[in-house]
Design a protein around this ligand. Sequence first.
Ligand SMILES: NC(=O)c1ccc[n+]([C@@H]2O[C@H](COP(=O)([O-])OP(=O)(O)OC[C@H]3O[C@@H](n4cnc5c(N)ncnc54)[C@H](O)[C@@H]3O)[C@@H](O)[C@H]2O)c1
Length: 317
Amino acid sequence: MTRGTVAVTGAAGFIGRWVVSELLDRGYTVRGLDDLSNGSRRNVAEFESAEEFELTVGDVAGRETVEELIDDDTDACIHLAAEIDVQESLDEPRTHFESNIVGTERVLEACRATETRLGLVGTCMVYDMVDSEEGIDEDHPVKPASPYAGTKLAAENLAESYYHGYDLPVKILRPFNTYGPFQKTGMAGGVVSIFTNRDIQGEPLKIFGDGTQTRDLMYVTDCARFIVDGTFSNAAIGEVINAGTGSDISINELAKLIATEGTEINHVEHHHPQSEVQKLLCNPEKANELLGWEPEVSLEEGVGRLREWLKEQQETA
Ligand SMILES: NC(=O)c1ccc[n+]([C@@H]2O[C@H](COP(=O)([O-])OP(=O)(O)OC[C@H]3O[C@@H](n4cnc5c(N)ncnc54)[C@H](O)[C@@H]3O)[C@@H](O)[C@H]2O)c1
């Protein structure tokens, strides 16, 4: 007997892979969905022999696909599938609209039909910058500065309307910038993974703009635990909840932390300064109060783990 069945969209992506791992560890059966547009089967290869895990390759914007994923046997859905590249969203907003908004509507309708609780994974990129050290709490003003952020916020609004309109048990979970093993190391990845990989390769670390922009960087196992705790918490129903470490670091400081001897640090022109959020610092008090959640992995520790993992990947490649 497992504890129940959870549908995970975006299961073969970076965070999705760790959410699947956390759910399997806690004794759940997991049905994953991913179109492999940015995820890969390799990310979930170690789970594929487990009876408790299956992966369907398909589009979250496909109504029938999602109706097969979320049925009367599903106890919860964690919705992570999304287009995530800010620059791509500026170049070609339509795919972001299809996956992030239409896809969320499909998930909401399937959850409504089957009364399935939903953990909707939003993002800190919807917030306006903060200018204090108290950090961004859930009442902080939003400012979607790219179609990526705009579609993610629209998806949240839609989900909130299903909570108010249909009493659907929705939880809106907004992680701050997340890093760790299995994140891509090219432009579709995140800054910590890109820098660490370039440092291992002996390539210069390229900082977009002046590098004074800050990020609150969370290790991926802390993020996955937050998402699973948030999805199953009754206290979180109808709530928006942030998660981050509560401290931020400038990209200049991050580059210095990651660069080893001999690695150059360069500044290059920002691709999209208009869509940059200058200061992102999380106030994680609500996650702590409602879920008892707190981050466990420091930035130094997390970067060390990521570095080891990246080196192992290169040795076995
Ligand atoms: N990485 C971060 O720092 C971060 C921070 C906050 C929130 N998030 C959110 O977490 C979620 C996962 O992000 P990630 O960093 O793991 O990115 P990711 O790209 O690795 O994961 C997203 C997954 O969704 C899949 N996908 C995209 N469009 C799809 C579609 N139409 N149908 C089915 N699958 C589709 C991709 O193939 C990918 O595997 C996203 O919703 C993102 O907005 C990420």
